[in-house]
Write a protein that binds this ligand. Structure first.
Ligand code: GLN
Length: 454
């Protein structure tokens, strides 16, 4: 009830939610009854959960921020949602996002932007700005997001929250409306590292419904966070800092906060090691070919027949109906990426664009392998700037894409990454995050290191 009250009080301004559940209290009451009857429940039973609208749910519409799916009700729950329900978490509602998770500001939502709780004239990051804003504004204690190029970590950075992208395949993508299937990963958005671990323990693990789901015995991430909280893990920890990461593109307060966090780690026994990752700077370019290519294919299923809206064209052909529906149902950014993607995949250009991008992806994976032969984790600022003003970058796609320079490499390589708050930028008083990256399967290391710094 407290969270519903909070949503009622602030969400008209913040607009973190696209839909608020009308039966959350019934679900909560049922959990109370089970607890009173002596049932052993999960440690998170009864805790409310906000769900990014990219995840399908049977009892609430799932739009992925798009007009084309307005009012769409899924016949099944995403695996992460089903697992959350089974653990007794209480779905509170569906959160706003850039259309089909394309964006870094949530301004590409077909349902209007979300505002940053720290400053309502600023963006909450994207694409999962709704989940991050809901957590930062105390509308929800826990939220789910999806991260294809940074959509969990960058919103966490600009809202002072914790966001973790798991190892590719660690958390099921079944029921996550696909953006770019080789990059997408679902993960937690929370206020603390321990909360993130508690939620990750519920949603993670093998799922036969997702062919890329890893069969791996994952440790408890909540236990890792508790272990990390003692700070012991920092003693002798080798932290890699990337030599080639351009200092120039970073806002001063972001760089300062990053250096202060590194100094604090060093003071507690960590060793800062300069490493080389020469291909990271090509990550954005490769990503913005691979992502549109995969997205153009994934979005082909919105054909006016099987899902969502249909624009009738009296006397028109099936093709006319599809074209008019897709024209009316998709926003500008989605159309831009479909065109980019189909162009990159077209016969004459495939090798030059998509093929080259895949080669760069391999080089970035090698950079990571070389780096992790020398260090335990890599640290970077989570994003180049603090929250920018609504409208500031909306007409400049390239500027919007450059927000993802530090987050994209992890998706290209499939490694896990976490953004945790590292203070406020001196010049504007806005939150800044520090990102840690670890080798694949070492998600628990990120929980230990994150909790040690908290
Ligand atoms: N900002 C990135 C993009 O626009 C990230 C998207 C994401 O992670 N879903 O593609």
């Amino acid at each position: 009830q407290a969270h519903l009250d909070r949503i009622a009080a602030v969400d008209a301004d913040i607009h973190a939610f696209l839909h608020v559940s009308d039966h959350a209290l019934d679900v909560a009451a049922d959990i109370d009854r089970r607890r009173a009857a002596g049932e052993q429940l999960s440690p998170v039973a009864g805790v409310p959960l906000a769900i990014k609208d990219v995840l399908v749910t049977t009892d609430m519409p799932s739009t992925s921020g798009s007009r084309i799916l307005e009012g769409y009700l899924s016949p099944y729950d995403a695996t992460v949602v089903a697992r959350a329900r089974a653990a007794g978490l209480v779905p509170l509602g569906k959160t706003n996002m850039d259309e089909f998770a394309m964006g870094s500001s949530t301004e590409h939502s077909a349902y209007g932007p979300t505002r940053n709780p720290w400053d309502h004239d600023r963006i909450p990051g994207g694409s999962g700005g709704g989940s991050a804003a809901a957590v930062a504004a105390f509308e929800a204690p826990l939220a789910l997001g999806s991260d294809t190029g940074g959509s969990i970590r960058q919103p966490a950075h600009v809202t002072g929250t914790v966001g973790l992208k798991p190892t590719y395949g660690a958390v099921s993508r079944y029921g996550a409306i696909a953006l770019a299937s080789s990059l997408d990963q679902v993960g937690p958005v929370t206020r603390t590292v321990l909360d993130s671990g508690l939620l990750h323990d519920v949603i993670g693990g093998h799922d036969p419904h997702d062919s890329t789901s890893l069969k791996h015995a994952w440790p408890s991430f909540a236990a890792a966070a508790r272990e990390g909280a003692t700070g012991e893990v920092l003693k002798g920890l080798k932290v890699g800092v990337i030599r080639e990461l351009p200092d120039s593109g970073f806002q001063q307060g972001v760089s300062e906060s990053f250096r202060a966090a590194l100094a604090a780690m060093e003071a507690q026994g960590a060793e800062i090691v300069e490493i080389s990752a020469p291909h990271f700077e090509y990550g954005v370019a490769a990503y913005y070919l691979i992502l549109p290519a995969e997205a153009s294919s994934n979005l082909a299923k919105f054909d006016s027949v099987r899902f969502g809206m249909r624009v009738d064209v009296p006397g028109g052909t099936v093709e006319d109906v599809m074209a008019r529906t897709r024209d009316a149902g998709f926003g500008e950014e989605v159309k831009r990426r479909i065109i980019l993607g189909t162009y990159a995949l077209s016969a004459g250009y495939y090798d030059a664009y998509y093929g080259s991008a895949q080669k760069v992806r391999t080089l970035i994976q090698r950079d990571f392998a070389d780096a992790f032969a020398q260090v335990d984790v890599i640290a970077t600022p989570s994003a180049p700037t603090t929250a920018f003003k609504l409208g500031e970058k909306i007409d400049d796609p390239l500027q919007m894409y450059l927000n993802d320079v530090t987050t994209i490499p992890a998706n290209l390589a499939g490694v896990p990454g976490i953004s945790i708050p590292s203070g406020l930028a001196a010049e504007d008083g806005l939150p800044v995050g520090i990102q840690f990256l670890a080798p694949a399967y070492e998600d628990a290391r990120l929980y230990r290191v994150g909790a040690a710094l908290e």
